[in-house]
Write a protein that binds this ligand. Structure first.
Ligand SMILES: O=C(O)COP(=O)(O)O
Ligand SMILES: [Mg+2]
Length: 229
């Protein structure tokens, strides 16, 4: 299916992309850093499969989930504050070294970003990953120049699934709800898009806490981004 078929014939003015699991297969770096953090704290390693399930609600949530080896670890009152601070510092230390080292762009991503740039579509990254690591990863993947807006999970008072970052990006790009589009891999992306009132396309290859993305009812699912061209 072509992009214009879900946007009523016109190209969007603004496309907002999720980062982890949508543009970049970034779990290897995250898993290495989480395991190094757990090792620092004398806890057993988690491994890539668990980390893939835990990614998606920002780095503080990922760290808390890893500390208790459970998806619910980021719920209030589960992880002790001091333990979290120590773990979070350790994770940031390791991830600053590992970010982008074992990650790669998914197939079709660069072609799609280039095609949209050539057509004058404004592009934004709206991720729950911390801003500092988002900037680094985009640069290391060689795609930072495509985005005029980049928002991380700690850029504003709210992160996805809250609509605030999407609405903020739309305002900054001087686009409108009708002319903006979200593209993501997780239920957080779809919920945020629905709450903001914008259309949303999903990729099935990313990280959705082990659930099929179809269960979140995106407007469209495409196997790779270049299928939209
Ligand atoms: O860091 C995360 O939790 C995931 O970030 P994402 O919003 O780019 O999927
Ligand atoms: Mg994602």
């Amino acid at each position: 299916m072509k992009l214009t078929e879900i946007t009523a014939g016109d190209l969007p003015q603004l496309i907002m992309y999720d980062l982890d699991g949508t543009l970049v297969d970034s779990v290897p770096d995250l898993a290495i850093s989480i395991d190094a953090m757990l090792d620092d704290l004398n806890l057993p390693k988690a491994g890539e499969d668990k980390v893939r399930l835990w990614v998606g609600n920002g780095i503080p949530s990922l760290v808390k989930r890893a500390l208790v080896d459970d998806m619910a670890g980021d719920q209030p009152g589960i992880v002790n504050r001091e333990v979290f601070v120590k773990a979070y510092d350790s994770f940031k230390h390791h991830y600053a070294i590992e970010v982008g080292q074992h990650s790669h762009l998914y197939p079709g991503v660069k072609d799609f970003l280039q095609a949209m740039a050539d057509k004058g579509v404004k592009q934004a990254v709206v991720t729950n990953k911390s801003e500092i690591f988002t900037e680094k990863l985009l640069k290391l993947m060689g795609i930072d120049h495509f985005f005029e807006i980049s928002l991380g999970g700690d850029s504003l008072d709210e992160q996805k699934p809250h609509p605030l970052p999407l609405l903020h990006a739309i305002e900054k790009a001087e686009a409108s709800l009708d002319t903006a589009l979200m593209i993501g891999d997780s239920s957080n992306d779809i919920k945020a898009a629905r709450a903001a009132g914008v259309k949303v396309i999903a990729l099935p290859y990313g990280y959705n806490h082990g659930e099929p993305i179809a269960a979140s009812n995106p407007d469209l699912i495409v196997t790779t981004l270049d299928k939209l061209l």
